[in-house]
Design a protein around this ligand. Structure first.
Ligand SMILES: [Fe+2]
Ligand SMILES: [Fe+2]
Length: 191
């Protein structure tokens, strides 16, 4: 995509250096996963990965307004969890301000924080690329990378379990999208 440079420029101006590097890495990881597993255009994956956190550093009120003005379905648990707003707000910003109309790209951005049942190949790729990007250093990241290389389903199961454990530990509500995603993926791994 020739216009990737203009998005890189926007991100450089609107994100911290740390998150800009993260965005570049998720872009690269998304392209790599698309090449490895197929089923999605590599350049589309590169783009969706690049812009997944486009709203992450917008002020809370800006994210809230964007989220609530979008046509996307937002559940109660998401409305109460600031950490996940940027996915929904980012999708709406891409649609409203950048003219992105590809629903698969918008959904990949919208669901990169919570997942959902029935995720597309692109949605899974961006979700996992976000977890395994080059600068990530959480304790389980090597296992996460290995599982993702094995299959997108194995990666999603591991990633969702990790996310659910974090939510349970923090004693906060769990969006039903995340439970749907977990149940769907874990059932695929059952004998
Ligand atoms: Fe994010
Ligand atoms: Fe991210």
């Amino acid at each position: 995509m020739a216009h990737l440079d203009s998005y890189r420029k926007y991100l450089k101006e609107h994100l911290s250096q740390k998150r800009y590097i993260h965005s570049m890495n998720v872009s690269e990881s998304s392209a790599e996963l698309a090449k490895r597993f197929g089923g999605v255009d590599v350049e589309t994956a590169r783009f969706a990965g690049l812009v997944h956190d486009i709203c992450k550093e917008e002020p809370q009120d800006v994210q809230y307004t964007l989220m609530m003005s979008s046509d996307l379905d937002v559940c109660t648990e998401e409305r109460h969890a600031f950490k996940v707003w940027h996915g929904i707000a980012g999708a709406e910003m891409l649609r409203r301000d950048f003219g992105v109309t590809d629903l698969d790209i918008l959904h990949a951005v919208r669901y990169h924080t919570v997942g959902r049942g029935g995720m597309s190949q692109l949605e899974k790729i961006v979700y996992l690329a976000d977890m395994i990007s080059a600068e990530r250093s959480y304790p389980d990241v090597d296992v996460m990378r290995r599982k993702t290389k094995e299959s997108l389903t194995a990666g999603m199961c591991y990633a969702l379990r990790y996310s659910l454990q974090k939510l349970l530990h923090r004693e906060v509500p769990i969006p039903h999208h995340t439970l749907d995603a977990y149940n769907e993926n874990i059932q695929k791994l059952l004998p």
